[in-house]
Design a protein around this ligand. Structure first.
Ligand code: GRG
Length: 311
C-alpha cells in the first residue's frame, strides 16, 4: 500500500491529542517487542519490562514519528519501520536510565515516580536488564521492513550516537566532572554527547526510514542538534524549579552533588534565555527545509514542548 501525503503534518489534530495517540501506538509496539514476563529468565524479563513500560514522556520515540512525517510517502512498511525505530530509541533510553540510576553512577532510588530498577529488583538484574535492552534495540532495526541500505544507515546512526563518542562518552565525562568546575564549552560538549546524541539520532532515524534527501537530513540535523541541547538546559532548570513528585525523580540532585549545570553557570534566567535561543535555532533548522517544512509542523511543536515542559 502506498499513499501520497498531502496537506500539513498536523491535519487539525492538537499536539496533546497527537502525543496521546502516538504514545499509545509506541507503548503497544514496545509491549510486543519485549519478551513476555513469564519467559525464562523471568526476573530479567520482568526487570526489562518494568524499566521500559513504566511511563516516561516518550520524547525520543515521538521524535522518530514526527521526523517520519517529513517523508513524501506512507505505507504499512514505513509505519512498521517507524515503530521499530521508535522502540529502538526508547529501549536504549530505558537502558541508559537503568544504568545511570545504579549505585556506581548516580545512585538514585526514584525514576518515573517508581522505585528504580535496582531497588525494585537488585543491582545485578538492573545491570543485565540494561545490557539486554541494547541488543534488542539493534535487533529491531535489523528487522525493519525497509531497504538494506537504510537499515545499515540506521544501525550506524544509533551505534555512533550511543557509544564512547556519544551517550556513553558523555556519561563518562559527567562522572569525571563531579565536584570539578566545567566552563560553558565543556558543559556543552558533555551534554551534546550524553543527552543530545540520542535525541539527535531519534530524528535521524525517522528521516532515514522515510528516505529523506540529504538536504532534508541536514536541515533536520540542525533542528535536532539544537533540540538535544535545549532538552538538557531545561532538564537543569527543572532540577531546581520542579519538585520530586512532579518530576517523578529526585529533584535538586545536581546542586546536592555539586554538579556543574546550566543553572549553576548561567543562573536561572540565563539558562531560560539559552533554552529560548536553542528553540529558535531548532525552528531555523526546520525553516531550511523550505517547502518541505509544512510536513515538519509536529517537529516544530515538539521543540516548543521540550522547552515549555514542566517535567
Ligand atoms: C549510563 C550509559 C549510561 C548513560 C546515561 C542519558 C543518561 C546517560 C543518563 C540519564 C540521566 C539524566 C538525568 C540525563 C539528563 C537528561 C535526561 C536524559 C533526562 C531523562 O530523560 P527524559 O526526561 O525521561 O526524557 P523520561 O522518563 O520522560 O523518558
Amino acid at each position: 500500500m502506498m499513499a501520497m501525503r498531502t496537506g500539513h503534518a498536523t491535519e487539525g489534530v492538537t499536539l496533546d491529542d497527537w502525543m496521546r495517540s502516538q504514545r499509545h501506538r509506541l507503548e503497544s509496539a514496545l509491549e510486543r517487542c519485549l519478551p513476555p514476563p513469564d519467559e525464562p529468565p523471568v526476573r530479567l524479563h520482568e526487570a526489562m519490562r518494568y524499566a521500559v513500560l513504566g511511563g516516561g514522556k516518550r520524547v525520543r520515540g515521538l521524535l522518530v514519528y514526527a521526523a517520519g512525517q517529513t517523508g513524501q510517502t506512507s505505507s504499512q512498511n514505513v509505519t512498521a519501520a517507524l515503530d521499530a525505530a521508535a522502540c529502538a530509541v526508547e529501549l536504549v533510553h530505558a537502558y541508559s536510565l537503568i544504568h545511570d540510576d545504579l549505585p556506581c553512577m548516580d545512585d538514585d532510588v526514584l525514576r518515573r515516580g517508581q522505585p528504580t530498577v535496582h531497588v525494585r529488583y537488585d543491582e545485578a538484574s538492573a545491570m543485565l536488564a540494561g545490557d539486554a535492552l541494547q541488543p534488542l534495540a539493534f535487533d529491531l532495526l535489523a528487522r525493519m521492513p525497509v531497504a538494506p541500505a537504510l537499515i545499515i544507515q540506521a544501525t550506524q546512526e544509533l551505534a555512533r550516537a550511543i557509544g564512547s563518542r556519544g551517550m556513553v562518552g558523555g556519561q563518562a565525562i559527567d562522572l569525571q566532572s563531579v565536584g570539578r568546575s566545567l566552563d560553558l564549552a565543556e558543559l556543552e560538549a558533555m551534554h551534546r554527547l550524553k543527552t543530545g546524541a540520542l535525541l539527535q539520532a531519534s530524528v535521524a532515524l525517522g528521516a532515514i526510514v522515510v528516505g529523506a534527501s540529504s538536504a532534508m537530513r541536514r536541515a533536520l540535523d540542525r533542528y535536532a542538534r539544537a533540540l538535544g541541547l535545549a532538552f538538557q538546559v531545561v532538564d537543569d532548570i527543572l532540577d531546581v524549579t520542579a519538585d520530586t513528585a512532579t518530576l517523578g525523580k529526585t529533584a535538586g540532585k545536581d546542586e546536592a552533588a555539586h554538579k556543574p549545570t546550566y543553572v549553576s553557570l548561567l543562573g536561572l534566567e540565563g539558562a531560560r534565555e539559552l533554552a529560548q535561543q536553542l528553540s529558535a535555532e531548532a525552528h531555523a533548522g526546520l525553516a531550511e527545509m523550505g517547502e518541505g517544512s509544512r510536513h515538519a509542523e509536529r517537529l516544530a511543536q515538539l521543540a516548543d514542548f521540550v522547552v515549555l515542559r514542566q517535567h
